[in-house]
Design a binder for this molecule. Structure first.
Ligand code: ADP
Length: 588
């Protein structure tokens, strides 16, 4: 409490007042007492002189027999003091207040001694009789230049002591009042002076607690006012910096959150300090869970952990490509020490190369598939051309046969190239769908009519079963594209169905889609092949696929998916297959 500015201002004032008043009290008490005593001394000496003059004739004549006691009492009454009449030898001749017979020789009394030596003497002594300090004043009584006696007058100093004590009390009371007043004033003044400081403290504390908008009212132009202004400027600056830092941090967080690459920062001890959602996904965890865990526990991959350790030991960037199992990923890991200081940690960047690698594999497979598929027709073409050159040309009927076969091979090649081009275009989204609400019958009748002749040639019964009562809704479709899907499916069904079999096409509504089914009673598809028949160039049974390219179902799949539908197949080997695809119902 006494350390506050209030008290630091008040205490010196109070001490100063106490010291001044104390000094004043001591000085005044002493001064008043001395003045009174001097007055009294003069007064008593004068009175003793007066009485002495009066007594001189009597003392000169018959010092022993005169009624000095009576005279002393009379004088004592007159002067309101004790009066003693003493012979020159010290014997007490008369006494106003005491029993003279009990009094000893007074020659040795200091006032008497001083009076005899100097003509008057005074002394202050404690009187055991009256229990007061008394002032004694003695004067020698002269007659014909001879000392005939001594008159002594004594008065108690009680009055003086009372006066001095009264004075002291008055000064003391004043001192107490002045001190209290000083305390009050100091309290008020210090309070007024320190109020802005206290307000400033409160505002600073609010700011420290996070309220950056806390401000003070301006408080004048004195030093505290200047401090307040400086403080406001500082607060404005801090708010400006904090706001821009927060914005910066927000931007950084948004970038980190939406980055495809994984970013992870560890402390020097390997504790995860920051992890973005992409990195969390790569390790099958969440950002909250990973926070403050150890790097090893989050990553759970010995290759990445040892890479981190290598980076820590070497203090240099480490790069590696890593395969991990769960979740299955192919990662490029870059670990580098954070630039600021050695102790600030390590930055781990994870680039997900899974998709890239997969595409590479797809492209490689695709190329090897194409070259494989081209090799057969090309080598048979080469063989046919060789045969023609080697002499078959000279045999016109044979030459005609060989040319027919050449034409067949070239047609097959042309079809494959056309289908590949088509597939690539659909896959790359180059042919935008012209979707519009279309009746399902329109989607099925046209391709079936086209394929009718082929079915008849193959002795396969082709049938469209549509229940008119079902009243199918229109679907959102690009009719030409869907015709292609139906053609591919029905074409396959006819191709893989032996003569005498049948192919039926039907459609039904299921929720907000219409499902179209192409059912045949043909060879069916082995269960092992079933999941793969929609892949490019996949042919389940090459001996029976009769020159197919293996692209038809792949094209169908892409077209259906582009419509937002699904395609799948069910089959029992030897009994037949059913191919289904769905199209969304046109809304409204
Ligand atoms: P392809 O041009 O060879 O017919 P597709 O992509 O149309 O190529 O078909 C892929 C493979 O799926 C075919 O080779 C065949 O083995 C199998 N397949 C397709 N439809 C049927 C079906 N209706 N019955 C039996 N197998 C089929």
């Amino acid at each position: 409490m006494f350390r506050s500015i209030r008290w630091r201002i008040a205490v010196p004032y109070i001490l100063l007042i106490l010291l001044a008043m104390g000094g004043l009290t001591a000085y005044l008490s002493h001064f008043v007492r001395e003045a009174h005593l001097a007055d009294l001394r003069t007064q008593l000496t004068a009175e003793a002189g007066l009485a002495g003059d009066n007594l001189a004739p009597l003392l000169a004549r018959q010092p022993s027999s005169a009624p000095f006691d009576t005279i002393a009492k009379k004088w004592a009454r007159l002067l309101d003091a004790r009066v003693t009449i003493i012979a020159p030898d010290g014997t007490v001749l008369g006494e106003s207040h005491q029993d003279r017979s009990k009094m000893d020789n007074h020659l040795s009394r200091p006032e008497v001694q001083q009076a005899l030596a100097e003509g008057s003497g005074t002394s202050i002594r404690y009187s055991h009789t009256v229990r007061y300090n008394m002032m004694y004043a003695a004067v020698p009584v002269m007659s014909a230049n001879k000392v005939v006696g001594i008159v002594r007058i004594a008065l108690p100093l009680r009055q003086i002591e009372t006066n001095v004590a009264y004075l002291q009390r008055t000064i003391l009371t004043t001192t107490v009042f002045a001190t209290l007043l000083a305390m009050l004033l100091a309290w008020i003044i210090a309070g007024r002076t320190t109020r802005p400081v206290r307000e400033l403290t409160a505002v600073a504390e609010r700011m420290a607690a996070g309220d950056l908008d806390a401000r003070l009212l301006p408080s004048g132009h004195d030093e505290v006012g200047q401090l307040t202004e400086a403080f406001q400027r500082m607060a404005d600056q801090i708010r400006h910096y904090v706001t821009s830092l927060a914005q910066e941090q927000g931007r950084l967080a948004a970038v980190l959150d939406n980055m495809a690459d994984g970013v992870l920062i560890t402390g020097p001890d390997g504790t995860v300090r920051l992890i973005n959602p992409a990195a969390a996904r790569m390790f099958g965890t969440s950002a909250q869970e990973a926070q403050q865990q150890s790097f090893a526990a989050v990553v759970r991959h010995h290759r990445i952990i040892s890479l981190w350790q290598a980076c820590r030991e070497a203090g240099r960037e480490q790069v590696a490509e890593v395969q991990k199992d769960w979740p299955k990923r192919h990662l490029r890991v870059v670990i580098s020490p954070l630039p600021q200081a050695e102790s600030s940690g390590y930055l781990v960047i994870l680039q997900d190369l899974t998709q890239l690698r997969r595409l590479e594999v797809v492209r490689r497979d695709f190329l090897s598939n194409i070259s494989h598929e081209l090799r057969t027709p090309l080598s048979s073409l080469k063989a046919l051309v060789d045969t023609l050159r080697d002499g078959a040309l000279d045999d016109p009927p044979a030459a005609q046969r060989f040319l027919d076969r050449v034409e067949t091979e070239v047609d097959a090649l042309t079809q494959m190239v056309q289908e590949l081009v088509e597939l690539t275009r659909i896959e790359s989204g180059q042919v935008p769908l012209q979707s519009r609400p279309t009746p399902v019958t329109e989607l099925l009748r046209i391709p079936l009519a086209r394929l009718q002749a082929q079915a008849e040639r193959a002795h396969v019964q082709l049938e469209l079963i549509l229940d008119p009562a079902e009243n199918l809704p229109a679907v959102l479709a690009d009719a030409e594209r869907v015709h292609q899907v139906v053609t591919n499916l029905v074409h396959n069904a006819i191709k893989f169905t032996p003569p005498g079999g049948g192919v039926t096409v039907s459609a039904e509504q299921a929720g907000d889609e219409v499902i179209i089914a192409v059912r045949d009673t043909g060879a069916g598809i082995p269960a092992d092949d079933l999941p793969r028949i929609f892949e490019r160039f996949y042919r389940a049974d090459r001996s029976r696929s009769g020159g197919g390219t293996g692209l038809g179902l792949s094209i169908a799949k892409h077209i259906v998916q582009a419509h937002g539908g699904r395609i799948w197949a069910e089959s029992i080997e030897g009994r037949g297959s059913t191919f289904y695809f769905s199209l969304p119902v046109a809304q409204g």
